[in-house]
Ligand binder design. Structure first.
Ligand code: AMP
Length: 612
């Protein structure tokens, strides 16, 4: 930490909260009781999440970048939150309409191509974060290093990790990744002291999210999330813009990007005035393209946007169904996002839920203010609150025959850590490959591969003897770390997870639905695979053990007989119950020899190790 920050934090450690949004970002801090947004003098506290790499070599961020959007559309990057932590193929549908170029780089990672430069979404987000950091430092008068950054509740592991990476690139230490709806609920003081159910309705410029949270004993549990990644206030603007364009004397105007931009800005202004007044008038001079004068009543505007608002309400109903709740069971409704200022949105939501939404906090600032509260708690300045979140989809590793052994179950409260012992499937195996999966299904082919790693340096032992302790640790940000250790020999190998890509929200939903639909088939498939794999391993292991162990003839005969019986069933593709019972018979006759074999094999392997 720099000197400036060290001296000013002798009594209070300052950690700031950052709402890193798709359209706009902002920072807030709580020093004392109430959080406040951090702004640069009188400037707008909202920083457009935009970066322009100017042909003259300058990098402009925020409002300055936004101003250059029309002049340099292919060099002005926005909406990178739609790309972060995902593969290029996954975000294909999100990038087709972007004016800048997104290409597939190494490992199918998206790269933003500007001239000869290829940048990751993390690098662009880091530039926005650096700008926010500088603004916060100006406002606070000292340097900032530690932050809490918010993400949508449906962001998966890879998207959270990528957001953390962006913070690190910006020279910030992200103490926690916080769910946006949790932050908004916190801003309203709906915390550990008030158990209840909260609906967070977030309608921004380009995206809509609804989340239902249950708060109990200071734990925030996300019960359901729904939304539309392409629905927001920009669509309201489009409807008004169309009316304005229809009034232009010539169609040519609507083909000119500068005219279109001017019309869209005017439409947005008109929309905002209609949030305050029953009627608003617009006078727009478009030079060669003519002048437009238009008066719109609130009733007309509401009739135009009603179908869009209805789509958000359908999502609300569906989220409540997913959460297993009636709308009447929701205790509090919290509004987030600039478009919740539209009176029709508030009125319709109130009519649907039968409850007035909270409107005391600026909906553009609620998430950042909540993040600032969490930041202050993490800084150790408020001991009264403890914040926890949950894991959206189960995490596990691939085991015998392509089944997934879940170590951390969906809805587990984080941070959490679970360890389980595994072994090798083949004799003299010195490397174990571990594949980490996320999902609710039983077979790996139906789950999502998150990453793979190898544990090397296991001494050569018969299959089933090495004891590999695998530990899954999900930290407070929902980020997963996996470690593996061979227990019997004490050999520990360092491992590395190569993360692949995250899940889209639709995939998370689809996987949940599929896991329920296929539950019974999956269970049967898993039973079959496991019974067979176990029987095969037992036959292999016992044959090997017989070569090492010195047994009396009658015992050798009994073991041979049991092995033969099991092998016969395997050859005949017998059903799982028959395999299980023959495996049990074999276990009975081999138990007495197991200990001898294990100690003999371990001693042999260790000796060989020492001799090398
Ligand atoms: P956000 O993505 O949360 O920053 O929200 C931005 C959206 O909120 C844009 O579509 C704005 O036009 C819209 N917005 C901001 N203020 C108002 C207002 N007073 N009335 C209607 N929409 C607004």
């Amino acid at each position: 930490m720099s000197d400036a920050s060290a001296s000013s934090t002798e009594t209070t450690r300052i950690v700031i909260g950052i709402d890193l949004g798709t359209t706009n970002s902002l920072a807030a801090v709580r020093a004392g009781k109430t959080p406040r947004v951090l702004r640069d003098l009188d400037a707008d506290p909202l920083t457009p999440s935009m970066v322009c790499l100017h042909p003259d070599g300058r990098t402009l961020v925020g409002a300055e970048a936004k101003a250059l959007r029309l002049e340099h559309p292919e060099r002005t990057v926005f909406s990178v939150k739609r790309l972060i932590g995902r593969s290029a193929s996954e975000c294909h549908s999100d990038v087709v309409n972007l004016p800048y170029q997104v290409i597939a780089g190494e490992r199918d990672l998206p790269r933003i191509k500007i001239g000869d430069l290829e940048l990751s979404p993390e690098a662009i987000s880091a530039m926005v974060l650096k700008h926010i950091k500088a603004t916060a430092e100006l406002a606070l008068g000292h340097s900032v290093r530690e932050v809490v950054v918010t993400v949508p509740a449906w962001f998966d592991d890879a998207q959270r990790q990528a957001t953390k990476d962006a913070a690190a690139l910006a020279g910030l230490e992200c103490l926690r990744i916080l769910n946006e709806p949790t932050a908004a609920a916190l801003a309203y003081g709906l915390d550990g002291n008030n158990d209840g159910t909260v609906l967070v309705y977030d309608l921004g410029g380009g995206t809509f999210d609804v989340s239902i949270l249950r708060i109990k004993d200071g734990i925030f549990r996300v019960l359901a999330t729904k939304g539309d990644t392409h629905l927001g206030g920009d669509d309201f603007d489009q409807l008004l813009a169309q009316r304005i364009l229809n009034l232009l004397p010539s169609k040519k105007g609507s083909e000119d990007p500068y005219v279109l931009q001017a019309v869209l800005s005017a439409a947005e202004g008109l929309k905002m005035r209609l949030s305050e007044h029953d009627e608003a008038t617009l006078e727009l001079d478009l030079g060669d393209h003519g002048e437009v004068q238009l008066t719109v009543t609130r009733a007309e505007f509401e009739a135009a946007i009603a179908p869009l608002v209805q789509r958000t309400l359908d999502c609300v109903k569906s989220a409540a169904r997913d959460a297993g709740l009636e709308l009447s069971q929701i205790d509090d409704i919290v509004l987030v996002g600039g478009s919740t200022r539209v009176p029709l949105v508030r009125n319709r939501l109130e009519a649907l839920t039968g409850k007035p939404p909270h409107t005391e906090i600026d909906p553009d600032q609620a998430v950042a203010l909540g993040a600032a509260i969490q930041a202050d708690i993490l800084a150790g300045n408020d001991k009264s609150l403890l914040l926890l979140d949950v894991i959206p989809l189960s995490l596990g590793i691939e085991t015998l025959g392509g089944t997934v052994q879940k170590l951390i179950l969906r809805n587990s409260t984080i941070p959490t850590s679970v360890s389980e012992e595994f072994s090798t499937g083949v004799d003299d195996q010195t490397t174990v490959e571990l594949a980490i999966y996320q999902g609710e299904r039983e077979l790996s082919k139906d789950c999502r591969l998150l990453g793979e790693f190898k544990l090397r340096g296991i001494p050569p032992l018969p299959a089933g003897l090495p004891r590999v302790l695998v530990t899954f640790l999900v930290d407070a940000d929902g980020v997963l770390r996996v470690t593996a250790r061979e227990q019997r020999t004490g050999i520990e190998a360092s491992i590395q997870i190569v993360p692949t890509f995250g899940l889209t929200r639709d995939e998370v939903r689809r996987m949940m639905i599929e896991s329920i639909e296929h539950a019974q088939d999956d269970y049967i498939a898993r039973e079959e695979i496991e019974a067979r794999a176990k029987a095969e391993a037992m036959v292999r292991g016992t044959k090997k053990a017989l070569q090492i162990a010195e047994l009396p003839p009658d015992q050798t005969f009994a073991v041979h007989k049991a092995v033969k019986a099991l092998q016969k069933l395997l050859d005949a593709d017998a059903e799982p119950n028959a395999l299980k019972s023959a495996s049990d018979d074999l276990t009975k006759v081999t138990t007495t020899i197991a200990d001898d074999v294990i100690s003999a094999a371990v001693t042999k392997a260790l000796k060989e190790e020492q001799q090398q």
